[in-house]
Design a protein around this ligand. Structure first.
Ligand SMILES: [Mg+2]
Length: 389
């Protein structure tokens, strides 16, 4: 090989390295006071926090990511700054699985907890970079099912008084939703009465329930049977998420689809529920379950076990919504997308274009972003307005 051909080979290689080599990671802990406080069986949620990260390569390509924080977002930023970033600077952003393992090695034990949620933020940003380099939306990088729109359900009718519930159901139906999720809690008698009320208000609508682990196993069997009699489609987190034996018992005693998964961190946890067939629908949250890399693994495992996949979104920001839309568009066993029907500035104003908003519902479906990467751009002024100082 001549000297000149060696030079020709070396130049593109070094340009390629610069495209992907990580030079800077910036963390932004954010907080928003919700325009309307939310109530579940576990209490009220007047505000939420998220961790937002920016990962920049030497070629100036910037990926954005989000980690589920809810509270204590500054602590998550510290985890990224002190435990993850030092491992990543100088690495090639395109080696997503390798970098996931590198970040996971910052743990000294089982993968889980806040560090995996911080890893999620970085991983989503790496996928954004990969899509921008390839000039393709992330759902196409994942393989794709040819979906540009995904079915969506209204989330969620609050565990409040009947008059508020009647207004919230009417609002969801007016927006055009064909599927609605209802929050239930204790006591059991009130929960069953509420489920019956919503069924009367929406007789033709596909209905599901989220109990946020309000019940013990026997209470959950009582509520689940009533839900099945009322024609409800799924029963989400009836009991605490770590009681795997309890979920097995529920699946054997209830003629209704059991849903869970938003509390899992990694595919190894999801696999337990898939292998024992206790779930009919699995709901990992991309900002908790290690980002797109690990959540995609869960979605693929769900398909292999013939279990429906429905991304958990909840009170998240626009980047979680975008990443979840890409996963929904690509997943073989995707079923329905969680669309919050309430205003959330971190979803509706943080990025452009606006995505995943209930006001954008078209025949019960939401558009998947089509631009390269996540397909959304940060609004700096909104970012600055919500940064926790
Ligand atoms: Mg839930």
């Amino acid at each position: 090989m001549s000297a000149s051909s060696l030079v020709t080979l070396a130049e593109p290689s070094s340009q390629l390295d610069a495209v992907g080599r990580i030079r800077r990671i910036t963390t932004h802990p954010l907080r928003v006071v919700l325009p309307k406080a939310q109530r579940t069986s576990q209490g009220d949620y007047p505000s939420i926090e998220i961790l937002l990260v920016e990962v920049e390569t030497e070629a100036g390509i910037v990926g954005i990511g989000e980690g589920l924080a809810r509270r204590g977002a500054r602590g998550y930023a510290t985890l990224v700054d002190e435990a993850l970033s030092p491992r990543l600077i100088g690495q090639d952003a395109r080696d997503r699985r390798r970098l996931w393992r590198l970040m996971r090695n910052a743990l000294t034990g089982r993968p889980g907890g806040q560090l995996v949620e911080a890893i999620a933020a970085i991983d989503i940003a790496l996928w954004d970079i990969a899509g921008k380099i390839a000039g393709e939306p992330i759902y196409r990088l994942l393989g794709g099912m040819g979906r540009t729109h995904v079915n969506a359900y209204a989330s969620s009718i609050n565990w409040l008084d009947d008059a508020t519930v009647e207004a919230e159901v009417a609002h969801a139906l007016a927006l055009g939703f064909r599927e609605i999720k209802v929050k239930l809690g204790r006591p059991v008698k009130d929960a069953i009465a509420r489920a019956a009320l919503v069924r009367r208000l929406a007789p033709e609508t596909l209905l599901g329930v989220d109990a946020n682990w309000a019940y013990d196993v026997d209470e959950a069997i009582t509520v689940g049977r009533a839900l099945a009699d009322l024609g409800y489609d799924f029963f989400e987190e009836p009991i605490v998420p770590h009681d795997r034996a309890g979920y097995r018992r529920l699946s054997q005693h209830l003629p209704i689809r059991i849903a869970a998964g938003e509390s899992d961190y990694v595919a190894a946890e999801a696999l337990i529920s898939l292998e024992d067939r206790s779930l009919g629908m699995i709901q990992p949250d991309v900002t908790r379950s290690g980002g797109i890399t690990e959540t995609w693994r869960i979605a693929e495992l769900a398909a292999a076990h013939h279990v429906a996949y429905a991304p958990h979104v909840g009170w998240s920001g626009a980047i979680c919504v975008a990443a979840s839309l890409h996963l929904a568009a690509a997943a073989e066993c995707f079923r329905s997308f969680e669309c919050m029907v309430y205003d959330n500035p971190l979803r509706d104003s943080l990025c452009s274009p606006v995505i995943g908003s209930a006001s954008q519902l078209d025949e019960g479906r939401l558009l998947v972003p089509q631009a390269p990467g996540l397909g959304v751009t940060l609004d700096r002024a909104v970012l600055d307005a919500h940064r926790i100082s």
